[in-house]
Design a protein around this ligand. Structure first.
Ligand code: CTP
Length: 401
């Protein structure tokens, strides 16, 4: 079993310190080994006992207290940390680290660590926009320190503005993101997701049942694994995954085609999971179509096949498509690989229980150019996403060293 990862949470003295309790509790529940170091000022806001109980580890507050182990504590925690998370990060803390001051347990340990340090900022708006603080933050960013920006809102001091600590959910999300191994560093991945919407008149449209969940899972996993992700998204109700570099919202297949083509050059892996409408109303009525006694026919015209068009400009890129089928799964999928110049296709039988639209799970088969078929059991869409990304990494391009 892999080693449990360690997060050292540094709590500084600010009113938002109480929110560190939620963060510590969530990280512990996610299975991390959580250690807490509090500054003296932080202990004025919350008790070490609270964080000790939530983290199930001794909380360190005093550099000169009787040691609980034989180890030099600030060095041992500095070495043990996979990530250092500062909640809340105050102007004082930022200033000290930026100036190389190590005068308490927290700043000494941060100074001694080789782990990434992420600071969740929280302070009064005027402090945050003070040029000295701004400069310190910029200096630390250049040195590789991570920041979780403060939110805007009503601050504890009564002022309204930027300075509120980000929500514990956001801080935990950012922490989990940072802890992931970045094996896709340097990769640029374009993912299409969701349905397209083809307008008929100002109030009506044609669309499909795609939820976008598969594409969003791919975007989420790719970003977590370090890729620079561009997500071209049809209309969905999903939250953009943390760490996605660029999102282009589109409506129709034509919009999606334009967005994909505009972003093709800068991407080396293209994953087309969107459910693109093959047809659109031939004419769009800019006035609402009124009902009549007789039936109504709407003539449909072909949309561009985006995957096919991308396939023509493939170059060294890895192209991956999906095949949502209700019959003759393998045969249809193979045809699509050839026609659209894909490296492999993920075929799913949309009629199978646990597969297809709106589910959190999928049952897929991956078919490559040489007609090798790999079948997978029912898996979460996130696990399917990782399998697709692993396969994308292993594709050998003839012209690429
Ligand atoms: N696709 C696309 N542009 C279209 C239609 C499909 O880029 N106009 C892409 C999808 O994103 C997917 C793959 O092509 O990666 C296969 O989509 P699918 O709808 O299953 O197949 P079609 O080629 O549309 O064929 P059919 O509808 O006849 O199954």
């Amino acid at each position: 079993m892999s080693r449990k990862k360690t997060v050292v949470v540094g709590v500084c003295g600010g009113i938002a310190a109480y929110k560190a309790c939620d963060v510590v509790s969530s990280l512990k529940k996610l299975g991390y080994d959580v250690h807490v170091i509090m500054t003296k000022a932080a202990t004025e806001f919350i008790k070490p006992l609270t964080l000790q109980t939530l983290s199930q580890n001794f909380v360190i507050t005093d550099m000169f207290a009787e040691p609980k182990t034989w180890e030099v504590e600030h060095i041992s925690l500095a070495k043990k940390a996979d990530l250092f998370l500062i909640v809340p990060g105050t102007a004082n803390f930022v200033g000290k680290i930026a100036s190389g001051i190590a005068d308490d347990m927290l700043t000494t340990t941060v100074m001694a660590t080789r782990a990434k340090v992420v600071i969740a900022l929280a302070m009064n708006t005027n402090m945050l926009t003070n040029p000295v603080v701004e400069r310190n933050i910029e200096d630390l960013k250049k040195l590789g320190y991570g920041f979780i920006e403060a939110d805007e809102g009503l601050l504890a001091c009564g002022d309204v503005g930027k300075g509120k600590l980000a929500t514990p959910e956001k801080i935990v999300e950012a922490t989990v993101f940072e802890m992931e191994e970045k094996d896709l560093n340097g990769k640029n991945i374009l993912v299409t997701a969701g349905p397209t919407v083809e307008p008929i008149d100002p109030v009506r449209y044609m669309s499909n049942r795609s939820s976008g969940k598969m594409g969003y899972s791919i975007a989420e996993r790719a970003a977590k694994r370090g890729a620079k992700v561009t997500l071209v998204s049809g209309r969905t109700s999903l939250k953009v995954p943390y760490g996605v570099f660029k999102v282009v919202d589109v409506l129709s297949a034509d919009d999606m085609y334009n967005a994909v083509m505009e972003n093709l050059e800068s991407n080396d892996i293209i994953i087309q999971s969107a459910a693109v409408a093959d047809y659109k109303p031939k004419t769009y009525s800019d006035k609402k179509i009124k009902k009549k006694d007789e039936d109504l026919s709407i003539e449909l015209g072909r949309n561009k096949d985006i995957a096919f068009e991308v396939g023509k400009k493939k170059g060294d890129r890895v192209l991956i498509g999906f095949a949502a089928e209700s019959n003759d799964l393998i045969e249809n999928a193979k045809k699509k690989i050839d026609k659209k110049n894909l490296d492999f296709i993920i075929a799913n039988d949309i009629t199978a229980k646990g597969a297809g639209f709106a589910n959190d799970t999928n049952i897929v088969k991956i078919i490559d150019k040489d007609a090798n078929i790999t079948e997978y059991p029912i898996l979460s869409k996130k696990d399917v996403a990782d399998i697709i990304l692993d396969r994308a990494l292993s594709v050998k391009q003839p012209n690429k060293k």
